[in-house]
Ligand binder design. Sequence first.
Ligand SMILES: Nc1ccn([C@@H]2O[C@H](COP(=O)(O)OP(=O)(O)OP(=O)(O)O)[C@@H](O)[C@H]2O)c(=O)n1
Ligand SMILES: C[C@](O)(CO)[C@H](O)COP(=O)(O)O
Length: 383
Amino acid sequence: MADTPSLPAFAAIIVAAGKGVRAGQPLPKQFANWRGKPVVRHSAEAFAAAGAEPIIVAIPEGADEIANDALVGLKNIQLVTGGATRQKSVRLALEALDAVNTKQVLIHDAARPALSDPVIARLLAALGSHQGAVPVLPVVDSLAVDAAGIMAGSADRETLRRVQTPQAFHYEAIIGAHNEWHSEANAGDDAQILLAAGGKVAHVHGDEALKKLTFAEDFMTDIPPVRTGMGYDVHRLVAGEELWLAGLKIEHDKGLSGHSDADVALHALVDALLGAVGAGDIGDHFPPSDAQWKGVSSGKFVEHAANLVTDAGYRVGNVDLTIICEAPKIGPHRNTMRQMIATLLGVDTWQVSVKATTTERLGFTGRGEGIAAQAIATVLKDA
Ligand SMILES: Nc1ccn([C@@H]2O[C@H](COP(=O)(O)OP(=O)(O)OP(=O)(O)O)[C@@H](O)[C@H]2O)c(=O)n1
Ligand SMILES: C[C@](O)(CO)[C@H](O)COP(=O)(O)O
């Protein structure tokens, strides 16, 4: 859009001085990560691409460092400290524009990150014939008047619209309207302030994508219905050790060396489950330096990983395990291994696959120096 000569010059205000209490994010929602970058950066980039100059960003007291980090690399950004309410933050940002010859300004919630060029263009076009313009959407639900939890009436949805931001104004009209606002109450938005001052505000078509990020669930988007993880492990074969594989003790002339029971097959499975939900790896959860895990059955590690899958809001779809060794033969134990793993995961046996292969006497497995295992797990989002 920056190379679109038809857009008139305009300034932008992004109000990002809120606390984001309802969103419950680890930091104020306007600085939280959303779709790969800080919330506030999304609309700042959209305004910059559309040629807005300057872009005033109202931020909380003392948030300069986090705001500068969030907006690093963007030109024409000017930070101002916002106020105790959204309206006061807008007012302070408007005053910061007083110093430049601003004719038109778009005022936008940082909490509405999915700002697109067409909305900006529609708003600027409407300023050609109106003092103000706001993006609106139809009301698609019926509306009720609530009186202490009881329906006390309804409203005609055909006369109502859902109002979004950016809200576009002739600068002199909106700064004048803010100066004339003497009510103790806060206006819901800037269009209401211009209307109260007698100004006219045009409606232009909004964008459902411009939804305001308000609650924690608004950040839980793009959750994949299926996730996949992969695990791989190796343990050395040594004399005098027991051989545990896929939860079974196998008679063999050597066993696997390791801190726990060294069940290389279950270790690969644990890493596949942890990988599917992004929960690190087996060493993060059961460090070999921790004495409490010496000699422990690796079945406990599988149960822990399965619990983390559940805690993440997923359930195990299927797992596929491949044991790589010249000996012992795995075939005779395969079904018992499947049943053992199914029990550990709390799934049906058909959801568990156990395979085995040699490496044709090649490499460390072919020389009988160790056993390797690889696993893949899919997890499905709970409804
Ligand atoms: N004193 C304030 C309050 C809000 N805002 C901004 O106004 C926009 C819309 O407000 P809202 O969604 O209510 O944000 P918060 O006030 O932060 O949310 P909450 O009410 O949950 O604390 C947000 O971008 C917010 O950062 C602001 O600049 N200054
Ligand atoms: C300004 C606004 O986003 C227009 O829909 C809305 O009024 C902000 O309300 P909030 O309670 O300050 O989030």
